[in-house]
Design a protein around this ligand. Sequence first.
Ligand SMILES: Cc1ncc(COP(=O)(O)OP(=O)(O)O)c(N)n1
Ligand SMILES: Cc1nc(C(=O)O)sc1CCOP(=O)(O)O
Ligand SMILES: [Mg+2]
Length: 207
Amino acid sequence: MSFKKYLKLYVITDRRLKPEVESVRQALEGGATAIQMRIKDAPTREMYKMGRELRKLTREYDALFFVDDRIDVALAVDADGVQLGPEDMPIEVAKEIAPSLLIGASVYSLEEALDAEAKGADYLGAGSVFPTKTKSDVRVIGLEGLRRIVESVSIPVVAIGGINRENAREVLKTGVDGIAVISAVMGADDVKRATEELRKIVEEVLG
Ligand SMILES: Cc1ncc(COP(=O)(O)OP(=O)(O)O)c(N)n1
Ligand SMILES: Cc1nc(C(=O)O)sc1CCOP(=O)(O)O
Ligand SMILES: [Mg+2]
């Protein structure tokens, strides 16, 4: 079975909301199928150490592990993949220097989605589906923008941005392979329970 089935509930860390290790453990207990370590402005050594811990945890729970932005850290901690945005390492270069990594490309339009697929991305993180307080200056593409991307590419698509248990069903019905969330899980009082609730919705729609 390909990695696609592991994209269905993709939880991203946010240390402004919760410390990583315990929150990731809870998310994995609740049924997260993939974890992304997203740390901005920390020393590389700290990212490396955290990445090693999260790598170990995700293996225990049979989940995929991705690192945001940093291909070097992803390689060093033996992550399954790296999430690259428009300001990070170009996809085609990343594929050359790290052929073992899955490359997730962050895209904000149909044009960017087609371009990332042509350059060899393994999956897309497409958003922002809805407005979000978690990241500033996002471009909101809405459900229609997301649907256009899903219908136009052959690689798996994960939706991101403002997704929560109220709107997750309609997002999943666009045909995406999974949903990526930060605040819906990391902002909850009970991370495990919030993840379980989302996982239930994902199972209802995607099976
Ligand atoms: C699964 C997923 N999709 C999109 C993003 C956003 O990535 P990026 O544009 O690199 O922005 P930052 O997260 O780095 O602020 C993501 N992280 N994950
Ligand atoms: C990190 C990120 N990237 C986005 C994009 O549109 O690419 S939206 C976003 C924030 C997602 O957090 P929440 O689930 O709390 O809305
Ligand atoms: Mg990034």
